[in-house]
Every structure is written in C-alpha cells, then in structure tokens.
Design a protein around this ligand. Structure first.
Ligand SMILES: CSC[C@H]1O[C@H](OP(=O)(O)O)[C@H](O)[C@@H]1O
Length: 347
C-alpha cells in the first residue's frame, strides 16, 4: 500500500538481499521508521517484541529469519535451531509455523551450502503468494459488500473491525481490510468503526492505514461496538484471524469473541477474512489453540506523543494485570469466512 504516495510492502529484502526491511510498528502511527533485520535472532526479537506483527506478516518475517540463519550455516543442526527459536517467538498465529515448515521442507533435500539462497527464494515466493491471496480475499469480500450495500443504497455501508488486519498485518493489502480498500477505490461508500483494540491499540494502526488511503472511519472504544449494533449502526463486522481450527472456531485478537456475541445478539453478520495459511486442520476446535499471554505492562502502561510530539510512556495503574492476547469466537457465531476461494460457510 502507499505511504505518502509511495507504494510499499510491509516487508521487503534489503538492497543487498541479505536481510529484510520492516516498519517498526511499535512507533506507528506517530513515527514511520523502517528498520533492517539481518539475522534470525533479530527477526525473532522483532516478532516477539511486536516490532512487526499480524499473523501473515509474522510468518514472512520468520521465513526470512530462517533464510538468514541458513545463509550463515546451512547444516541440519543450524536449520533446526533457527526453526525452533523463531517458532517459539509467538505461539498463537499458525501462519508462523506454516511458513517455517514450508521453508524447511524446501531446503532439506538441498546441499547445505545452497540452502541459504534457496530459503530466501522460497520466502520471496511466500510473500508474493500472500499478496495474491489477499487480493483474492479482497475481491470476494467486495462482492459481498456490494450485496450488503444494495440493502441500504442511500447511505454508506457501516463496517466494524477489530484489531489490525490490514496491509500492516500482511505483506500487502491485508485480509479484513482488503475488501474495504477495494470498495472505497471503486466508489462504494463505506464507513469503518475501528475498535481501538486495547491493550496494544492495534486500532490505531488500522486508523493510520484507512486515513492514509482516504477511507472514512472513526476510532471507538472497544466497549462501544455493542451499543452501535443495538442502534443498527453496524451493517457487518469483519475481522482477521490468527488461526481457524478444523471446526471453524476463530482465534483472533482479544475482544473478538465479545464482538461476535454482540453481532449474533443483534443479527449483524460477522465475517472472518483469512487465507488458507491461517487454517489449522491439525486441531479440531478453538479450545486447543495456545493463547499467548503477554506482559502485564502492556495493560498498565500507555505510549503516545505528548503535546510537543515526544513519545512518552505513562502508567495507568500500579495494580497487577493479566494480559491474554487472543480469544476464540466459536464457529456458531461466524456468518462466513472470506477466503481466496470465495465466501464460505465453513473454511
Ligand atoms: C491478518 S491477521 C492479523 C491478526 O494479528 C493480530 O495479532 P497481533 O497484532 O497480536 O499480531 C490480530 O489478532 C489480527 O487480527
């Protein structure tokens, strides 16, 4: 997507091809800072500390991290060590394991000295595939939006989304935001209610993306969505996901389950946008998905610019805090799954 009119992907190879360039999302939306990662350890840190985040983007960062490790040492032991270190960074998004396994299976039959270049090429291909998948998700979601907008053609389609599943969570286009961009670009009027998404406030990333693309939106407190749905001010909810299990249960950012409940209670369609790389058919239901527990400080501290524009960290309470980062929306609450293959009742 474009930043100041210049097209960018959220991850790309460095000029010398030996590393990758990513946006440091801890500093967005206040500062646009690109950083270079040049080792598996640097990629692992960037993932675990959420410099870079979002299920598909984690996957690509991990894939390139594995390639960097293999460029240094192509031996089986080095491969397994780097795979384990990168896999351990964040447990919930299945995409990370999926991508690391794709790179590993690609290079295992190769001579160790050729594995680094082959892994980089495989990671490049996975990134290109992610972009194509997201464009297809966008197209199928757009067709759905056209149908929903036809019910009330005299006003914008009101869409609520939770967290950030835009181009900042993927290589480009996003999943949940992809159809929103395409709808806006073709002139289908949309308005987006953007959940702030405490505690990491990924809603600010979504608002940054939508503002950059000129899409009408308003940031709302996470707890406001239910009232808006009761008032008929939400035509659909659309979210991304970090893992969908075999029975269609949806693991996504904490708070998603509550939105799905409110949507179900108010007859509001609840859609999940995802590529096939986010489906985990090895586990049957959501209760088996490992839910990441993150640091309590993410709940008890806030970060943002002061009036002079200097980034400050302020403490909101001295109390202890509990910080589960994801929850499970059961399949019974999901209206449909917007995939690269179409809008499906079950993934
Ligand atoms: C397109 S998947 C985005 C997905 O990832 C986010 O998690 P995090 O920001 O912690 O990486 C969130 O669950 C989004 O829905």
């Amino acid at each position: 997507m474009k930043l100041d009119g210049v097209p960018h992907r959220s991850i790309a190879r460095t000029a010398d091809g030996a590393g990758v360039r990513i946006l440091d999302q801890r500093r967005l939306p206040w500062e646009v800072v690109w950083v270079e990662l040049r080792s598996a350890e640097a990629c692992a840190t960037a993932i675990s500390e959420m410099w870079t985040r979002g299920a598909p983007l984690l996957a690509m960062t991990g894939a390139y991290g594995l390639a960097m490790a293999l460029a240094e040492d192509g031996a089986d032991a080095a491969l397994e060590r780097a795979h384990a270190v990168l896999l351990a960074t964040r447990p919930t998004a299945i995409n990370l394991r999926w991508a690391l396994d794709r790179v590993r299976e690609h290079v295992l039959p190769l001579p160790p000295e050729t594995r680094g270049a082959a892994a980089f090429a495989r990671a490049d291909a996975l990134c290109d595939e992610d972009v194509a998948l997201n464009r297809a998700i966008g197209a199928h979601g757009l067709a759905l939006f056209r149908d929903l907008h036809a019910k009330n053609p005299g006003r914008p389609l009101n869409i609520l989304t939770h967290c950030n599943a835009g181009w900042l969570a993927t290589v480009d286009y996003g999943t949940a935001l992809a159809p929103i961009y395409l709808a806006h670009d073709e002139g289908l009027p949309v308005h987006v209610w953007v959940d702030e998404t405490r505690p990491r406030n990924q809603g600010a990333l979504t608002a940054f993306e939508l503002a950059s693309h000129g899409v009408p939106h308003q940031l709302i407190a996470d707890n406001a969505g239910g009232l808006l749905m009761q008032r008929g001010e939400v035509d659909l909810v659309i979210v991304g996901t970090d893992r969908v299990t075999a029975n269609g249960d949806v693991c996504n950012k904490i708070g998603t389950y509550l939105k799905a409940l409110a949507a179900h209670d108010n007859g509001v369609p609840f859609y999940v946008a995802l590529p096939y790389t986010t489906i985990d058919r090895t586990i049957e239901s959501g209760d088996q998905v490992p839910i990441e527990e993150r640091a309590a400080d993410e709940v008890t501290w806030l970060t943002g610019p002061d009036a002079a524009g200097t980034l400050r960290h302020v403490r909101v309470t001295a109390s202890p805090a509990h910080n589960p980062a994801f929850d499970i929306a059961p399949a019974r609450l999901v209206t449909g799954y917007i995939t690269e293959r179409g809008v499906l009742e079950r993934p």
